[in-house]
Design a protein around this ligand. Structure first.
Ligand code: H2U
Ligand code: ZN
Length: 346
């Protein structure tokens, strides 16, 4: 009898239409997860060499203000530029290109170089969310912008350039690949059922409980059924809303609570500042109505077995299909068991 806990199988990612190969039997290999000495990550509150610390000079010579809460600026090495001319290339359908217009912003979450999201207070996290809202609002005022990607790359392992707590925003005139796929999937479901795909999915997860990590009044955190990364999670708003601008004051606070608790659990998994790429997915802007869209946030952490052993997406994953060994249900259980008191604050 086919058993999801025993037998190799594929799972459908209903949000983007991809599939992941799950090989649960492989996690029965002897567990090599010895506790390694976590890398030292003691940092000063101010680093004179940091381009994000208050009052310091950035790579382009600009001096940062002596800010006391958050600080946001246009990326000095933006991947997307607002003055890009329109244009297309099409050589016999074989060589196709199109100009892409946009803007990139960098957001320092705190003036304190030594902190990370889980070490910020809930009140300070609320201020970060407020800046995300302001940025989303002001960037969407440009009718040329269709997608606003708010994200954080955390940790050297994820290619983050600086440990100072910060995130980025890339906004552009066309819909990037993941957003295109998620829009299609959500649209198809909404058209067929008249309901939000993620609202129905969340209801099912809250009933089954197996993959829920935790919830509060307005959000739930789940290891999605189709998770690719070992400890991947999805934050879903309980209310069917399209963007962060629709957060009520209570949802604003509840989201800060989720960020604090989830990133604390992550750090406590291997007693290390947990690396990840995380970002919100929201409805496109200046693109008509998108009633199908349901706000959510993805966390994609690379770590597998310890503070230093990461899951490589190579070989079969690059050439064929994403694959995982431990099941999402197993990962959810591990994350559920963890304390919400940060190991550094015990
Ligand atoms: P990471 O999230 O990968 O660390 O990126 C930080 C961004 O900060 C990166 O995109 C920008 C880089 O272009 N940056 C500046 O805008 N000014 C600087 O002085 C250095 C880095
Ligand atoms: Zn700094």
């Amino acid at each position: 009898m086919f058993d999801l806990r025993e037998h190799p199988h594929t799972r459908l990612n209903i949000l983007n239409g991809d599939r992941v190969l799950v090989s649960p039997h492989r996690s029965k290999r002897p567990w090599q997860g010895k506790m390694e000495t976590p890398p030292v990550d003691e940092r000063p509150s101010f680093d004179p060499a940091c381009y994000l610390c208050p009052g310091n000079k950035r790579a382009d010579g600009t001096i940062n203000p002596v800010y006391t809460e958050t600080f946001v600026f246009t990326n000095d090495f933006s991947a997307l530029l607002s003055n890009t001319p329109e244009g297309n290339v099409n050589v016999g359908g074989l060589l196709q290109a199109g100009s892409e217009k946009g803007i990139c912003r960098v957001l320092s979450f705190s003036p304190d170089h030594s902190l990370t999201l889980p070490l910020l207070s809930v009140a300070d996290l609320e201020k970060v969310i407020e800046v995300w809202k302001q940025e989303f609002n002001s960037i969407s005022a440009d009718p040329a912008i269709k997608n606003i990607q708010i994200f954080e790359n955390k940790g050297e392992m994820m290619g983050c350039s600086n440990p100072h707590p910060h995130g980025q925003i890339w906004a552009q005139a066309s819909l990037p690949l993941e957003i295109t796929k998620e829009t299609k999937q959500q649209q198809e479901y909404f058209t067929a059922n008249g309901r939000s795909l993620l609202a129905d999915y969340l209801q099912l997860e809250l009933r089954e409980k197996e993959r829920i990590v935790f919830e509060n009044e307005h959000f739930a955190v789940v290891v999605p059924f189709w998770a690719t990364w070992p400890y991947e999670t999805l934050v879903i708003s309980k209310r069917h809303i399209q963007t962060i601008l629709q957060f009520s004051p209570a949802e604003h606070s509840a989201f800060a609570d989720v960020l604090k608790r989830l990133t604390t659990r992550y750090d406590n998994l291997f007693n290390v500042s947990f690396p990840y790429s995380a970002g919100m997915h929201q409805s496109p802007v200046n693109d008509g109505e998108h009633p199908e869209w349901h706000w959510h946030m993805h966390f994609y952490p690379p770590l597998l077995r310890s503070a230093t052993v990461k899951k490589f997406m190579v070989g079969y994953e690059m050439l064929a299909n994403a694959q995982r060994d431990v099941t999402p249900e197993w990962a959810a259980e591990k994350l559920r068991e963890l304390s919400e008191v940060h190991y550094k604050q015990i």
